[in-house]
Design a protein around this ligand. Structure first.
Ligand code: IPM
Ligand code: MN
Length: 356
């Protein structure tokens, strides 16, 4: 009997609905070809809903999402809503409530894709960032005193406990071993300044490595140096593990060296629960409904979702088709310069997948 997966689809704002449409189009072809079933249920969470109802997330949202096997997200962010409301109220809330403690962000340059790095090709840019996704500056720990006075004080703290650090490190070590490329895990931190938080990470990293992962080579880079080497020698990296804030920053850099937001995908993963996959480019409001946005990042997010669900062959097949399309069929990955529309890119991937 074939397996059925229940997927919650959150198209969200801006170009989110356009790209999730193409992603589910491709996922349906993969399901047919590899003999499993996908049932989708759509949720309208996002800026439009908030502006109409004044409610960011319905109280039943998390409870309903828990009933699904996985979540596919388009984009959250609306130009008419003050920054922070939707991001904190939807995206971060779901990451926290569903305890998606890993943000997995592959940085891989596909064939035919332009990178701004001179003399670097797909053989140089292929690594994965394991970003811890529940702690750090993102916990909102802190506050303000003397607001609106010349002496206003604002504090926002980087918070980590050993449990959070250990589970992220465990995932990263296991991922590095399973990936089996260079078998090298780099910790990205700032032990020279953040002598509490990254000292905790550093000790936990080395203790776990010594105890359970002597087959994995360990490296350490400060976050500023990580940025430098990602540009100068990206081929050094295999898997990077880091805290939430540094992970946020270095993965935008990563997205740029792999060809931009049109191709960068990520997964908010709870290895024991429900995960959520997204193109990391945001809602790109100025391109909304113009049929110009690149759906490949959303399609890649779909492929990551299948991998996490255990449909490895289908996930690999989609990625192969994406590589074929970037190598031979698209003029550019940039919105409006692909040489075809959003829907046509989805059709093309679906068609090649069906006939491969
Ligand atoms: C990301 C985004 C989010 C983050 C924002 C929108 C809250 O930048 O997914 O990287 O900071 O994590
Ligand atoms: Mn970010």
């Amino acid at each position: 009997m074939s397996k059925t997966y229940n997927i919650a689809v959150l198209p969200g704002d801006g170009t989110g609905p356009e790209v999730t449409r193409e992603a589910t189009k491709v996922l349906d072809v993969a399901a047919e070809k590899f003999n499993f079933k996908l049932n989708y249920e759509e949720y309208d969470f996002g800026g439009e809903r908030y502006l109409k109802t004044n409610e960011v997330l319905p109280v039943t949202a998390v409870e309903n999402l828990r009933k699904h096997d996985s979540i596919l997200l388009g984009a959250i962010g609306h130009p008419d809503v003050k920054p922070g409301i939707l991001e904190k109220g939807i995206l971060l809330k779901l990451r926290f409530e569903l305890d998606q403690y890993i943000n997995l962000r592959p940085v891989k340059l596909y064939p035919g894709v332009d990178t701004p790095l001179k003399d670097k090709g797909p053989e140089h840019i292929d690594f994965v960032v394991v970003r811890e996704n529940t702690g750090d500056l993102y916990t909102g720990t802190g506050g303000v005193t003397l607001k609106d006075t010349p002496h206003e004080v604002a504090v926002q703290s980087a918070v980590y406990n050993r449990f959070q650090v250990d589970r992220a490190l465990r995932y990263a070590f296991e991922y590095t071993r399973k990936r089996n490329k260079k078998n090298t895990l780099a910790l990205c931190g700032k032990t020279n300044v953040l002598t509490y938080v990254y000292d905790l990470w550093d000790r936990a990293f080395n203790e776990m490595g010594d105890r359970d992962y002597m087959d994995i080579t360990r490296e350490y880079y400060h976050v500023d140096a990580t940025c430098m080497w990602m540009v100068k020698n990206p081929e050094w990296f295999d898997v990077i593990v880091t805290g939430n804030m540094f992970g946020d920053i270095i993965t935008d850099l990563g997205a740029m060296i792999q060809g931009g937001m049109g191709i960068a995908a990520g997964g908010n993963i709870n290895p024991e629960g429900i995960s959520m996959f997204e193109p990391i480019g945001g809602s790109a409001p100025k391109y909304t409904d113009k049929n110009v946005i690149n759906p490949l990042a959303a399609i890649c997010a779909g492929s990551m979702m299948l991998e996490t669900l255990g449909e490895f062959d289908a996930a690999t097949a989609i990625e192969k088709v994406v590589m074929e399309v970037t190598a031979n069929r698209l003029k550019s990955l940039a919105a409006g310069r692909m040489g075809m529309g959003t829907d046509a890119v989805g059709d093309l991937v679906a068609e090649i997948l069906a006939s491969s």
